[in-house]
Design a protein around this ligand. Sequence first.
Ligand SMILES: [Zn+2]
Ligand SMILES: [Zn+2]
Ligand SMILES: [Zn+2]
Length: 101
Amino acid sequence: MAHNCSHTSTIRPVRPTTLGCEECLKTGQVWLHLRLCRECGHVGCCDQSPGRHATGHFHATRHPIIEGYDPPKGWGWCYVDEMVVDLPDQTPQRGPIPRYY
Ligand SMILES: [Zn+2]
Ligand SMILES: [Zn+2]
Ligand SMILES: [Zn+2]
């Protein structure tokens, strides 16, 4: 079944709001990989991380598209369609990403 993401118009050039997962940095939790929200710049951790904050951000805000961000990888993912999407650009890292593992 042919299926396309209808949310690519929400993709914006963003500046990451934090160097690592915003919620994990507050609580001192560890994360595995980072995901960057391409609508608002929120940085959250992936589903293999204990906090799963990128998915939590999607459920809280309905911002559909994230970018792999650990380090920037350039791929996009739509949570609504659960499919890989092409991003028009890749967000540069703001600085060294803190790590706790
Ligand atoms: Zn979509
Ligand atoms: Zn997190
Ligand atoms: Zn967002």
